[in-house]
Ligand binder design. Structure first.
Ligand SMILES: Cc1ncc(COP(=O)(O)O)c(C=O)c1O
Length: 390
């Protein structure tokens, strides 16, 4: 038997309605949206529009056409970061970007790459016990040349959830990009009350859609500061060699992943019917159970927030042994699927002091987990630590 605890990588299983929608799209539609006036092409456009509409509903975003489809969250973060850097570099203006030590390589690597073009950045360090970033330290890192602040809402290493609203309030006129890879679908997000200008998210994690889906929701007006980083056919204004400036076409060149988006429409409906708050409450109960049970086991520690405050359902565990060995034991002995190592966030491990241990073992919950699954997980962890200690 396999018990999947790697929902931070991608969620599994998906609700049945997602599978039905994927199959039904391929069987009954199969066309590319915006590329024809025949019925299945207009059906495809309708599915695309429905998806934008549902995404905007979920996070209280005011404009569907400012909801841009991407390949995944990495792609959305790249669009925001490179798009803003390109805009200001083209104007010959200095560019400085602020991020945190808890951020993922999908932010850190673009910033490293952009150094080649003279773009500078500051990485604000987080608290070594909780992984929390002090919003005032973000404020202090902002300079007159800062063009973007990019922060991960939930850490994919420790599950730490940052105070996005406060950080956003200090950004004032500087675009604030939030990486919601670990919180979208798990935690209530309201782009308007949380001062978010750019919201990058995957469709395939907490939103329970298929792999290959994601998006960037842009606050109206901010698109003037974000140049397209991919140009090409949009099915519109084909007579002109220049990229359209109208949204969403400005950023959506090429054919869409309609099979994935059809699945995402179904998963969004499924989530909206149940409500993110209800998912959050259930996850919090499971997190509480997990924290209390893990505390009773010798030889394993939770890295990051010690309670359910300021956290989502992603946990890093450190053991007195190589994390890869523990992950292997969990899989071989108990069929538990987890991820070991640095989880594409090396600075988060440096912050928490787990880089020198080879990282951690990460477990992450999904909406189908039950209290019984957590019991099985805890028992497997307890067995693995006993084997290591003996
Ligand atoms: C915090 C964070 N940001 C970005 C990403 C990249 O997401 P995707 O896999 O959709 O590209 C991940 C992936 O795990 C993540 O955890």
């Amino acid at each position: 038997m396999q018990l999947y605890f790697d929902n931070a990588a991608t969620s599994f299983p998906k609700p049945d309605v997602v599978l039905d929608a994927v199959v039904s799209y391929q069987q009954s539609c199969g066309a590319s949206p915006g590329r024809g006036a025949y019925p299945t092409a207009t059906d495809a456009t309708e599915i695309l529009d429905q998806c934008r509409d549902l995404l905007c509903k979920l996070v209280n975003a005011p404009s569907e056409k400012h909801c841009i489809f991407t390949l995944n969250c990495t792609d959305a973060l790249n669009l925001a970061i490179y798009g803003i850097a390109k805009h200001f570099v083209a104007l010959n203006k200095p560019v400085h970007i602020v991020t945190s030590s808890m951020d993922h390589n999908s932010v850190l690597r673009p910033l490293h790459d952009l150094e080649l073009f003279g773009v500078t950045h500051t990485i604000v360090s987080a608290d070594s016990e909780t992984g929390l970033v002090d919003p005032l330290r973000i404020k202090s890192a902002i300079t007159p040349n800062t063009r973007l602040v990019a922060i991960a809402h939930g850490s994919n290493v420790t599950g730490t959830v940052q105070d996005i609203e406060s950080i956003g309030s200090y950004c004032e006129n500087i675009p604030f990009l939030v990486d919601a890879a670990q919180t979208m679908g798990h935690t209530h997000i309201d782009v308007q009350t949380m001062n978010i200008d750019l919201l990058a998210f995957p469709g395939h994690k907490g939103l329970l859609g298929p792999l290959g889906t994601g998006g960037l929701i842009i606050k109206p007006g901010i698109e003037e500061l974000v140049d397209p980083i991919r140009t090409g056919g949009t099915g519109s204004e084909s007579e002109y060699p220049v990229q359209p400036i109208t949204l969403p076409d400005k950023y959506e060149s090429g054919s869409h992943n309609m099979t994935g988006i059809a699945g995402l429409v179904a998963s969004l409906r499924w989530i909206l019917n149940r409500g993110v708050t209800s998912f959050h409450e259930t996850q919090t109960i499971l997190c509480d159970q997990f924290i209390n049970e893990i505390k009773k086991i010798d030889g394993v520690q939770i890295v990051g927030p010690p309670t359910t405050n300021h956290r989502c359902s992603v946990f890093s565990l450190s053991f007195d042994d190589d994390p890869y060995e523990i992950a292997k034991l969990l899989e071989e002995v108990s069929g538990i699927c987890v991820r070991a190592g640095l989880h594409c966030a090396p600075l988060a491990h440096e912050t928490m002091g787990t880089d020198t241990l080879g990282g951690t073992v990460r477990v992450s919950f999904g909406p189908f987990h039950t209290s019984n699954d957590i019991d099985l997980l805890v028992r497997a962890i307890s067995n693995a630590t006993e084997r290591v200690l003996s």
